[in-house]
Design a protein around this ligand. Sequence first.
Ligand code: GRF
Length: 193
Amino acid sequence: MVLLTGSKKIKTAVFISGTGSNLKSLINFSKLKNSPISIKLIISNNDKAKGLIFAKRYKIKKKIFNFKRNILVDRKLILLLKRNNICLICLAGFMKILSKNFIKKFKGKILNIHPSLLPKYKGLNTHERALKNKDKYSGCTVHFVNSKLDSGKIILQKKVIIKKNDTSKTLAKRILMQEHKLYPKAILKIFNL
Ligand code: GRF
């Protein structure tokens, strides 16, 4: 296995909107010797996002953007990412849709984690929909981001069995635990590690 030293690691930005448990797992992963990434920036649309505490805790630069003002945000955000030599963007519970222009600029470099077995249940309320349809399984997916919502090339998926008395909350919790393992695995996979 290739060992990457600090300076050779791929400079990564993580985009969050909420709790940031996937961010935390990515930070832990980035600190491992065999991890190809180093997290240099945390971006959020929400200055109240709980996950922003990890910026302070791990001394990672953070920046809040108002994603409503699309063109302006695009310019500023792209500049910030370029200035920090960001080569990989991990969306982790990021609830805003990125512009086509932004996605084009970072083509093939944006990943997302989604709490369903895509192509099933794109968008929101995935667990509720899986339960309503009485599915036997749900799970999570890491995929490349393209201009269509939750539709880019799939990198890895993990199935999670739906139990008889699952609620969307219990199912979400079990899937989230798998998300924390799946995201690092998917990153290793794209770098052939
Ligand atoms: C995760 O289930 C993710 O797949 C979804 O939102 C949740 C975010 O959780 N898009 P966290 O903020 O990483 O804890």
